[in-house]
Design a protein around this ligand. Structure first.
Ligand SMILES: Cc1cc2nc3c(=O)[nH]c(=O)nc-3n(C[C@H](O)[C@H](O)[C@H](O)COP(=O)(O)OP(=O)(O)OC[C@H]3O[C@@H](n4cnc5c(N)ncnc54)[C@H](O)[C@@H]3O)c2cc1C
Length: 381
């Protein structure tokens, strides 16, 4: 392929695509809005699945590097009642297919695997324009432009490439996450560290939850999940950490102190992440010379698949382009034909998971689903 592939966005999807192309001899340039690889903390752990994310890393030739990042024991899972009663305690027996890694470390191995200069940092796309015959012009915030005959939008939820293909925009899901961290939890917050356990912990009631993860070392990373309209969150001044913490903690009045400490004792100011989704089954008619991957294509309610799918999309697209070096349209058609149903299926699953987690039957729906998955009988409490 003689054309340079132009990728917008150096998230896990965009970087995986650049890497999969690179090892197949196809040059790519990635334009990223952030000023540098360290401009923003890439917090959070990701479980990388053996049926999608790991396949992508294999296609990227990075399985050894990936294995070096795995945090042992983090596939353990606990489900707690708000009063701290343990309803399910599943240890990590080393047989799970979803090892956990730190997102920032995964991004780092992808960045390190690319030729110097592949990623152009501080290039925020402000607009895109079709030039005809499959060519597109990309305009950056500083007014400069590039033209390309193959443009890939890997620029996430608020993609600037998506309007070339579809008029869809993400809608608020009705739920947001507030992120907090406890550091040195084994020594400074032992009761909470014990409640969270070695992996992930879900404390749930209908419509709200405290979800926590043991990250590298004994850092505890929490998503406080709340079902409220966006106006409700807008009424909280998130620049005032103490007042925000008090307001969020108020929603968990009466919960066990070892759980509410995940909010009240945070070492970092609470950060709001409102959750949006594209319509399930979002798709478009083929437009020559441009496509999307990952969240830009199928942003969904969080379902534990988004990063995995972004990488998998990227690997599939990269392989399709390598298989059809002289026929970009054949490659894009083949990629999109499989990607549309894959994205829709994951989003549908996400809706089901959402119901298990936050619906009226929580936590029993989740426990039943978990036990069915593990071939165990369930009795509702
Ligand atoms: C709270 C929360 C928890 C999650 N937990 C999980 C999980 O446990 N497991 C999982 O698999 N997924 C999870 N996800 C989903 C996952 O984060 C996304 O699906 C995944 O990051 C999508 O990857 P991407 O490469 O498509 O987009 P992104 O990761 O969003 O990357 C897009 C990149 O494009 C850049 N960009 C954006 N706009 C522009 C522009 N105009 N110009 C240039 N560059 C631009 C961004 O700076 C970014 O670097 C979670 C999401 C949220 C919100």
């Amino acid at each position: 392929m003689t054309t340079d592939v132009t990728i917008i966005g150096a998230g896990l999807g965009g970087l995986t695509l650049a890497r999969v192309l690179h090892i197949r001899g196809i040059p790519a340039t990635v334009y990223e809005a952030e000023a540098s690889p360290t401009a923003r903390a890439q917090g959070g752990m990701l479980d990388i699945h053996d049926y999608n994310g790991q396949l992508a890393l294999d296609a990227a030739g990075l399985m050894d590097e990936f294995r070096g990042l795995i945090l042992e024991g983090r596939q353990a899972m606990r489900i707690l009642d708000p009063d701290g009663t343990v309803l399910l305690d599943q240890p990590d027996d080393g047989t799970g297919g979803r090892p956990e890694v730190q997102r920032g470390e995964l991004r780092r191995i992808l960045l390190d695997s690319l030729p110097a200069g592949t990623v152009r940092w501080d290039h925020k796309v402000s607009g895109t324009r079709a030039l005809g015959e499959g060519r597109h012009e990309v305009t950056f915030a500083d007014g400069t432009t590039v033209t390309t005959s193959l443009l890939v939008g890997a620029d996430g939820a608020w993609s600037r490439v998506r309007p070339l293909l579809s008029a869809a925009t993400p809608e608020y899901t009705g739920m947001a996450a507030v992120e907090t961290y406890l550091l040195d939890s084994d020594t400074r917050h032992p009761a909470t560290a014990k409640a969270v356990g070695g992996g992930s912990m879900f404390a749930l009631t209908p419509g709200k939850a405290i979800l926590a993860h043991r990250e590298r070392g004994d850092t505890l990373h929490t998503y406080v999940m709340l079902t409220e309209p966006q106006d409700w969150f807008a009424g909280i001044d998130f620049t005032d950490a103490a007042a925000t913490t008090a307001r969020i903690a108020q929603e968990f009045d009466g919960w066990a102190p070892e759980l509410t400490a995940l909010i009240t004792d945070s070492a970092t100011p609470p950060v709001l992440r409102t959750l949006h989704a594209l319509p399930i089954g979002h798709r478009w008619d083929r437009v020559p010379g441009v496509t999307l991957l990952g969240d830009a294509a199928h942003l969904s309610i969080p379902n534990g698949e988004g990063a995995n799918l972004a990488m998998y999309d990227a690997a599939e697209l990269g392989k399709a382009l390598a298989t059809h070096p002289d026929d970009v349209e054949a490659a894009l058609s083949e990629y999109e034909r499989a990607m549309f149903p894959r994205g829709a299926e994951a989003a549908t699953e996400g809706t089901r998971l959402h119901e298990w987690l936050y619906g009226d039957d929580t936590p029993h729906g989740l426990i039943s689903a978990f036990n069915e998955d593990h071939g165990q009988e369930t009795s509702h409490a």
